[in-house]
Design a protein around this ligand. Structure first.
Ligand SMILES: Nc1ncnc2c1ncn2[C@@H]1O[C@H](COP(=O)(O)OP(=O)(O)O)[C@@H](O)[C@H]1O
Ligand SMILES: [Mg+2]
Length: 316
């Protein structure tokens, strides 16, 4: 069962009197209990895809068309008040910088208790017990003693754990983690990935995990969608996409990973485009080692394979 489906999502930003399209026909599906990774270089549209789901877009953003179905209900047609009962409860966000969701003026304990009391309708000692339980679940040492600590007394990795604990406390169905480990060192990154896997297993939570780092997601995610310049260019089972990448951009991303190449590293030449750049064809064409004359003629249609699809004319 798909708990979330993004269907033909098109989004533009209004800037200097003009609309610039930033997302093109995004189609993504998240199954219940699955981890879906969205990968791609900075600026390709990962965050705005996630923010469309939560309806937390900048005021100059305009959804041109599409649907975002959560348990079959189109989130784009809900009122702001209805959205507020979904956000942070049904669907939670773990952002890159945890200080954007933790209030520096309140203790960790009071921030967790607030959501537990609000969403689970338990109070007092019972709520406190639950707060300690979720902090233990995300492996905060001495959870009981840390309830009175302030966010600045925690390391970056520990703050991310607290935000994950809050999402668990709310029994969120979907956790969207937007580069949650980018600011952390490599060992802590691995621990957080491990933790997400455990929560997926124990709680049946579904995740959208956003990263610019293919190496980080391929072992954790069940499925991976690769984005480039506002388009999904490949979408498949993670194992398949990693072992047998099809799109020249996916291949380039994997070739640029330091840990997976004994041969020489190949950085992707050129830069990812801006939403102000205009393309008559495939936006990767100018950087593509496999480009053909036909690639200038519109964005390619999708070509399906067993566990996914690729948007590239090499496969027609
Ligand atoms: N409020 C905005 N106004 C204009 N352009 C924006 C705005 N927010 C994001 N963008 C542009 O949309 C594109 C996608 O952004 P984003 O989703 O943040 O990329 P990613 O998360 O993949 O790095 C980028 O080119 C970015 O500059
Ligand atoms: Mg981003």
């Amino acid at each position: 069962m798909n708990i979330l489906e993004i269907k033909n999502l098109n989004l533009a930003f209004h800037s200097n009197g003009r609309d610039y399209q930033a997302l093109y026909d995004i189609n993504l599906a998240l199954k219940k209990g699955e981890i879906l990774a969205i990968v791609g270089e900075s600026g390709c549209g990962k965050t705005i895809t996630a923010m469309s789901v939560l309806r937390l877009l900048a005021s100059n953003a305009k959804i041109l068309s599409g649907e975002i179905l959560y348990k079959g209900q189109n989130l784009l047609s809900l009122s702001e008040v209805q959205m507020q009962s979904i956000r942070g409860k049904e669907i939670s966000l773990v952002p890159q910088d945890p200080m954007t969701s933790l209030n520096p003026l309140y203790t960790i304990g009071s921030q967790i208790l607030e959501v537990i009391e609000k969403h689970q309708k338990i109070k007092g000692e019972e709520a406190k017990k639950r707060a300690i339980e979720v902090l233990e679940q995300v492996k905060i040492p001495n959870a009981k003693g840390r309830l009175n600590s302030y966010p600045h007394e925690f390391s970056g990795g520990m703050r991310q754990r607290v935000i994950i604990a809050i999402a668990i406390a709310c029994k969120s169905e979907i956790i969207i983690a937007d580069e949650p480990t980018t600011a952390l060192d490599v060992t802590v990154q691995a621990q957080i990935m491990e933790l997400l896997k455990e929560i997926q297993k124990d709680e049946g939570t579904s995740f959208i995990f956003i990263s610019h780092d293919f190496g980080l997601v391929y072992e954790t995610a069940d499925r991976t969608a690769v984005m480039y310049s506002g388009h999904v260019v490949e979408n498949a089972d993670s194992y398949e996409i990693f072992k047998n990448p099809k799109h020249p951009y996916t291949r380039a991303l994997i070739k640029a990973l330091p840990d997976f190449n004994t041969e020489k590293l190949e950085a992707i030449e050129g830069y990812p485009p801006s939403i102000k750049d205009y393309f008559s064809g495939c936006p990767f064409e100018i950087r593509c080692p496999k480009k053909m004359e036909i690639c200038k003629n519109g964005f390619p249609p999708s070509y399906n394979f067993e566990s996914g699809a690729v948007w590239c004319r090499l496969y027609k």
